[in-house]
Design a binder for this molecule. Sequence first.
Ligand code: ATP
Length: 262
Amino acid sequence: MEMKSSTNFASSSSQEVDQGSTVTRSKRPIILKFENVVYKIKTKDHEKNKEDGGRGTIIKGVSGEVRPGEMLAMMGPSGSGKTTLLKALSGRFNSSSSSSVLTGSITYNGTGFSSSINRLTGFVSQDDILYPHLTVFETLLFTALLRLPRSLTAQQKIDLVDTVISQLGLSACRNNIIGNQEIRGVSGGEKKRVSIGQEILIDPRLLFLDEPTSGLDATTAQRIVSVIGELANKGKTVLMSIHQPSSHLFYMFHKLLLLSGR
Ligand SMILES: Nc1ncnc2c1ncn2[C@@H]1O[C@H](COP(=O)(O)OP(=O)(O)OP(=O)(O)O)[C@@H](O)[C@H]1O
């Protein structure tokens, strides 16, 4: 269901130069289209799923389209398949295995998932998997050193980390450790922003976020969605699952995909 019409970026291709490098790589905005997506897994409940060939249907024929500049909210009750659909659309289930099968059509600018699309895709999972002993800056620098192209110098990577830190409003906790249950560290909202920062560092064209606001207070949730909305405005294609957004937050999205319970 489309909530309101959106202004879209042209979908034409463009070339960007990596900061300070002579290497160019395609940074085309991505139009994601999906049609009749079905995801089934083998279950132990053989009786229940006999007509299903012994597979439990988790996603039952979902279709939609998200364009550059748009932010889609995926909503639905717990267990309705939001995480599963996000993973399917982000290419995490790109081949059917003996225990699961994915059917339907998912295209990125009209083509199937590929390693080049993978490089342009960011996925922020529900759980923040971060090293508790590193600071915010060290965490993001570690990601930059691992994931940014070798053509960038160390100083360019540090500069990009600092840009992301200020973009996500993390300057005040730049040198605080992440922490965990035992060691006091940054807050839940800051931790979530660090996870988002790890993905936006690679400047993805397609960004998936699994419940980026869960467990956060309304103000922090709004701040996070605003930051992500700004990224969408810059031409990224954004999809996120979200639980019970406030009405203010709800109207920040351009599209809504509502999954019913299983
Ligand atoms: N590999 C799997 N094997 C068995 N069941 C699975 C598997 N993957 C997902 N499911 C089931 O599919 C359903 C959808 O799971 P999913 O995590 O996508 O839901 P969700 O909408 O993201 O839920 P929540 O809002 O609680 O995070 C759940 O009932 C889950 O138990």
